[in-house]
Design a protein around this ligand. Structure first.
Ligand code: PEP
Length: 263
């Protein structure tokens, strides 16, 4: 099954409105492959979503970098799925390792006590399920730390992270799975094409066994971790690498080279 190549740009917590306008200017002037060849989605910080949405050309998608796990309400500082839908933001990145590790978002169950109400929730899986239920598309991130890789548990870790999503989701049409080894994110230490392909193959096998052949064949599994204009070609040549989630390089003009990698 042909899977449309996907290139996401995660701008993280960077920039001012002037910086954002400059990046959007570069993107708007770029020559990139048509949408049915490469799907391009950029993810600015929350406060710039409306600005980017209003300025960016319509063949590029826009993603939020996170959202609240349930319907909005008394959750100060959070941004709800309903707000994203209201702003016509089609995508959200969930389970990014910077949120899993720095902000404690987890596969594991927490007992929450909010206004005397106890919830038990698997945070990332619940977020994915809720975002999908409200019509958003999700870039769901999984990946192991260096310690986990060195102890030989890479596949166990990414399988557990994927399982936490699969247990809550029946339809995978609107999910892109991003394999992002934590040791490669923002470090300049990119996975080798063979390392990326190995995990992507295993993930596809896991999907085949746990969600069925159709999902396994159609879900795009993208790689993230120090992708740049130089290393993208070899990675993209791997049969199970269906695109990239790009952090640092997505703030630079070389992001365009990464989207053009397929032509
Ligand atoms: C990311 O933040 O998802 C990422 C892959 O970052 P970088 O490309 O900077 O490693």
């Amino acid at each position: 099954m042909a899977r449309t190549f996907f290139v996401g740009g995660n701008w993280k917590c960077n920039g001012t409105s002037d910086d954002v306008k400059k990046i959007v200017g570069v993107l708007n002037g770029a020559e990139v492959p048509p949408e049915d060849v490469v799907e391009v989605v950029v993810s600015p910080p929350y406060v710039f979503l409306p600005l980017v949405k209003s300025l960016l050309r319509s063949d590029f998608g826009v993603a939020a970098q996170n959202c609240w796990v349930r319907k909005g309400g008394a959750f100060t500082g959070e941004i709800s799925v309903e707000m994203l839908v209201n702003l016509n933001i089609p995508w959200v990145i969930l389970g990014h390792s910077e949120r899993r590790l720095l902000l404690n978002e987890s596969n594991e169950c927490y007992i929450w006590n909010i206004q005397l109400l106890c919830f038990s929730l698997q945070f990332v899986g619940d977020k994915v399920a809720y975002a999908l239920s409200q019509g958003l598309k999700v870039i769901a991130c999984v990946g192991e730390t260096l310690e986990q890789r060195e102890s030989g548990s890479t596949m166990a870790v990414v399988a557990a992270q994927t399982k936490a999503i699969a247990e809550r989701v029946l339809n995978w049409d609107n999910i892109v799975l991003a394999y992002e080894p934590v040791w490669a994110i923002g470090t300049g230490k990119v996975a080798t094409p063979a390392q990326a392909q190995e995990v992507h193959t295993e993930l596809r096998k896991w999907l085949h066994e746990n969600t069925g052949p159709e999902v396994a064949a159609s879900v795009r599994i993208i790689y993230g971790g120090s992708v740049n204009g130089k290393n993208c070609k070899e990675l993209a040549a791997q049969p199970d690498v269906d695109g990239f989630l790009v952090g640092g390089a997505s703030l630079k003009p070389e992001f365009i080279d990464i989207t053009r990698d397929r032509i």
